[in-house]
Design a protein around this ligand. Structure first.
Ligand SMILES: [Zn+2]
Length: 420
């Protein structure tokens, strides 16, 4: 059993928090922005200092590798992202990169014998905050292994054309060319050259903290569906149309939303989550009765049978009349539950137990690069407790001790995989 170093981890947390510091405790660090390049340069500097070899692939994913005793053995990789959402925190993504660095630094500092080359990796553009979609580069790198519908969404030629949501001109391809980190396609993470992938990530929810645990052994990424629900009314003058003559699409949608919540809650599944996060109103003018409402519903659960029950409720909207308005629904996106590698999960749990780290099994409601990687090579994730469950916001926090506990679990799990 080996331990990672709290002081060294704390130093990394402090340093990386400066790149994109927004001035009130968090960062804005879009992928391939000057701030993200600073973070990448720091990663390279620190990894070169321990003798790691740096490679980049055609998507500017960065790989820092230390040799093992058998140079022909496949690599074991630890990867996450350095980019953030707008006004994000100091832990989402970067913790997994710092965790990989910390594992390599510990192996080198303590001269820990190992057979396989070990790689710490940065995935480019996980958040997709500036160049959508999220998980872009793992979607491209693992493309041949993904289910067809998902693979289609992440074709390289389309990703390169993705435009900045800010200037609406610069493409992701142009940002790649300008980054100084674009390398060779042959360096991509691959099934031939890599034995396993680990990703440390903050939990981004309250479950570990509520249970008094520091680390989560992640079993799966929840299956989900996202439907668009539309209501069609009649646009008329807000001042001249009597209430009983109206076909108000927004009033219809409001009633339908309350109905959805009531019916879904009747299923009695506390672990089921569903969200209406987006709503479009036409014409969205205060003097006009709305004639079109289009809203999203995002539903997540591990068990496909539960998702089917919710889908039946969503579909029942179409069979009813809502304030004299018609309703139709359309599938926008769905994915099955992605289970991580059983052996890696067992090894990770064993490592947590042996090192006395308080832990539990947990699933991931959020998407991560590891879920795409898992279609290609054995992969798993380790969650670190998030204070008050906050994430994708500036109050994101985990203590240096908790972050280091996550790295220690990964270090010992990686060494167990190395010994196999
Ligand atoms: Zn993340």
């Amino acid at each position: 059993m080996y331990n990672c170093d709290v002081k060294r981890m704390e130093d990394k947390i402090t340093t990386f928090s400066k790149f994109g510091d927004a001035g009130h405790g968090g960062i804005t660090r879009y992928s391939l922005s000057p701030e993200a390049i600073q973070a990448r340069n720091e990663f390279v500097k620190r990894m070169e200092a321990i003798g790691a070899t740096i490679e980049t692939d055609d998507l500017a994913n960065v790989y820092a590798t230390i040799a093992g005793s058998d140079q022909k053995a496949k690599r074991i990789v630890m990867a996450s992202h350095v980019d953030s959402v707008k006004n994000g925190g100091n832990y989402d993504g970067i913790l997994g990169v710092m965790g990989g660095m910390e594992v390599l630094e510990t192996i080198v500092a303590e001269n820990i014998p190992h057979k396989h080359p070990m790689t710490a990796m940065i995935w480019t553009n996980e958040e997709g905050s500036l160049y959508p979609p999220a998980m872009m580069c793992s979607g491209v790198v693992c493309n041949d292994f993904l289910p067809e519908a998902i693979g289609k969404k992440f074709k390289l030629e389309n990703m390169l054309k993705s435009k900045s949501v800010i200037d609406r001109t610069t493409t992701f391809g142009e940002a790649l060319d300008a980054s100084g980190f674009k390398g060779d396609k042959k360096n991509r993470l691959s099934a031939d050259q890599y034995k396993a992938m680990f990703e440390i990530h903050i939990e981004q929810g309250p479950i570990l903290e509520d249970a008094g645990n520091d680390v989560g052994v992640v079993t799966c990424v929840l299956g989900m569906f996202n439907y668009r629900i539309r209501f069609y009314g009649q646009a008329d003058h807000a001042g001249t149309t009597p209430m009983h003559k109206r076909q108000d699409a927004l009033f219809a949608a409001a009633q339908a939303l309350v109905y959805l919540h009531a019916e879904i809650d009747k299923l009695g599944r506390p672990e089921l989550v569903y969200t209406t996060g987006e709503i479009l109103c036409h014409p969205n003018v205060h003097t006009v009765i709305p004639d079109l409402i289009d809203f999203s519903i995002d539903v997540r659960h591990e068990d496909p049978k539960v998702l089917e029950q919710v889908l039946a409720i969503v579909k029942s909207l179409e069979t009813k009349e809502w304030a004299k308005c018609k309703c139709d629904i359309e599938l926008a996106w769905a994915r099955d539950t992605v289970y991580f590698d059983k052996e890696l999960i067992a090894i990770t749990k064993e490592a947590a137990e042996e090192n006395g780290v308080k832990h539990q099994f947990i699933n991931s409601g959020a998407g991560h690069d590891a879920q795409f990687a898992s279609y290609m090579i054995p992969t798993t994730m380790i969650f670190v407790v998030s204070k008050d469950g906050h994430s994708h916001c500036e109050p994101e926090f985990s203590t240096p001790e908790q972050c280091t506990a996550g790295a220690t679990v990964m270090l010992n799990a990686v060494l167990k995989v190395d010994a196999k």
